[in-house]
Design a protein around this ligand. Structure first.
Ligand code: FAD
Length: 433
């Protein structure tokens, strides 16, 4: 079968691919670029899927959230790619990559040859069936990663005759989905094994606010146990979630958000891996010459903390993609650029809440502000202090200026003499910088 050849191929058509394409054009990189994606649509802002995409009214729909609107940029409609001479090869899953031969093979038997490869395959959801949970393949159990998954969920929300939803998982996806299902007037129960929600980021005090707020909204929270099985009706539709502690929860819809794993399979044994991701340097070059990798799939040097990490958040997907393109351009011109110097930034929105976090969440913590979930306008935050310096800041309900101020603190890492003083100063500590 004939090969199609491109100077550059981005494999994966998500957030990182879209931002990489924009940077490619902005930098005027010469040559033919193709994006190959198994999704049926051009790159879009994935975070919308667990938020406005599921709203009962005024729901977000494409073309509204194609990249790069999420960072306030121009929206890249499918026509944009055509105008710029970039080939969007959609509904095409790559099933084999041969880095030595510089070829990719698709599920439908096509071969693509490239000069430079940019891996942007992202992550995929971890499924309960991966752990052999009984009944986990019942109808009515949903996962959310791609727009196709979101469409199936929207259809189920509209069709569901009952109104009981169980959300399995207490991470940010679980929290966002529990909120949006409540907006869709479901009776929502969240189940997670940890002592509080979002334990990888939240302190118990931060989590107590969100759990209280959700409970005030009528969401039931069951902690410290896991789903160990599901019962279905004669049509195969899920009806009951069985918990390890012996309880059984009625359910018409179950949504599972128990984490993701990076899609590295295609490249196993061909590139070095570390901490579960494809290992790259500060220019997003993999161990294989001419092959770059960006976004969720990479483990990269986090210069600020002098260690390597993998980050599954949209801000890094955008910035890593831009950095890789800058590095490609620089290498063609025989120039050098600064190494990637990433400041971790995570955010989430649910109900009327909106939080941002910058930096690292290790060390002692200081909670400030009004963290009462029953307040009419709660606003609070937390500092993380290590070796006498503030290295991480969380803020719920901040203005754009305040969020900018906490980002500066996390980057500058100012010293603090007294945690009591810091607590008293609260947000002013950040805003006066
Ligand atoms: P992705 O955007 O996942 O793109 C990967 C693409 O590669 C997909 O199109 C996939 O189909 C394609 N692909 C994979 N394998 C192949 C193959 N073999 N052949 C062809 N194509 C392939 N982050 C935040 O910071 N804040 C949020 O509020 C937030 N909300 C989120 C909500 C949801 C529902 C999800 C799923 C994620 C959310 N994230 C959020 C995380 C963020 O979306 C990801 O970090 C980001 O999308 C990563 O970008 P990426 O390009 O690396 O991967």
């Amino acid at each position: 079968m004939a090969e199609t050849a491109f100077d550059y191929i981005i494999v994966g058509g998500g957030v990182a691919a879209g931002y990489a394409a924009r940077e490619f054009v902005k930098l005027g990189i010469q040559g033919k670029l193709a994006i190959i994606s198994k999704e049926a649509v051009a790159p879009y802002e994935r975070p919308a899927l667990s938020k406005a995409y599921l709203f009962p009214e005024g729901a977000a729909r494409l073309p509204g959230f194609y990249v790069c609107v999420g960072s306030g940029g121009e929206r890249l409609l499918p026509e944009w790619y055509a105008e710029k001479g970039i080939e969007l090869i959609l509904k095409t899953e790559i099933v084999r990559a041969n880095l030595s031969a510089k070829t990719l093979r698709s599920a439908d038997g096509k071969t693509f040859k490239y000069g430079t490869l940019i891996i942007a395959t992202g992550s995929t959801v971890i499924k309960l069936s991966d752990f052999g949970v009984q009944g986990a393949d019942a109808k009515g159990i949903f996962y959310l990663r791609e727009i196709e998954d979101a469409d199936k969920l929207v259809e189920a929300i509209q069709k569901s005759e009952g109104k009981k939803c169980v959300v399995v998982g207490g991470g940010y996806i679980g929290l966002e989905l529990a909120a949006v299902m409540k907006l869709n007037k479901f009776d929502v129960t969240m189940v997670y094994p940890e002592p509080w929600c979002m334990p990888r980021l939240f302190t118990s005090s931060i989590a107590a606010f969100y759990e209280g707020y959700y409970e005030n909204k009528g969401v039931t929270i069951i902690k410290g146990t896991v789903a160990v099985g599901f019962d279905s009706d004669s049509n195969g539709n899920v009806k009951v979630v069985k918990l390890k502690d012996g309880r059984a929860l009625e359910a018409d819809i179950v949504i599972v958000g128990v984490g993701a794993r990076p899609l590295t399979n295609l490249f196993k044994g061909q590139v070095e891996e570390e901490k579960g991701g494809i290992k790259v340097n500060g220019f997003f070059q993999t161990s294989f010459d001419g092959v770059y990798a960006v976004g969720d799939v990479v483990t990269f040097p986090m210069k600020l903390y002098n260690e390597t990490r993998r980050v599954e958040h949209v801000d890094h997907a955008r910035k890593s993609a831009e950095q890789a393109m800058k590095a490609i351009k620089a290498s063609q011109e025989g120039k050098t650029i600064e190494e990637y110097d990433y400041l971790p930034y995570f955010y989430s929105r649910a109900f009327d809440l909106s939080w941002q976090f910058f930096g690292d969440n290790v060390g002692e913590t200081v909670l400030f502000g009004d963290a009462n979930p029953s307040s009419p306008k709660p606003k609070f935050g937390s500092y993380w202090i290590k070796d006498g310096k503030v290295i991480g800041v969380f803020l719920e309900g901040g203005t754009p200026e305040e969020n900018k101020a906490i980002a500066t603190v996390a980057r500058v890492q100012p010293p603090v003499d007294s945690l009591d003083e810091l607590q008293k100063e609260g947000l002013n500590f950040a805003c006066k910088m």
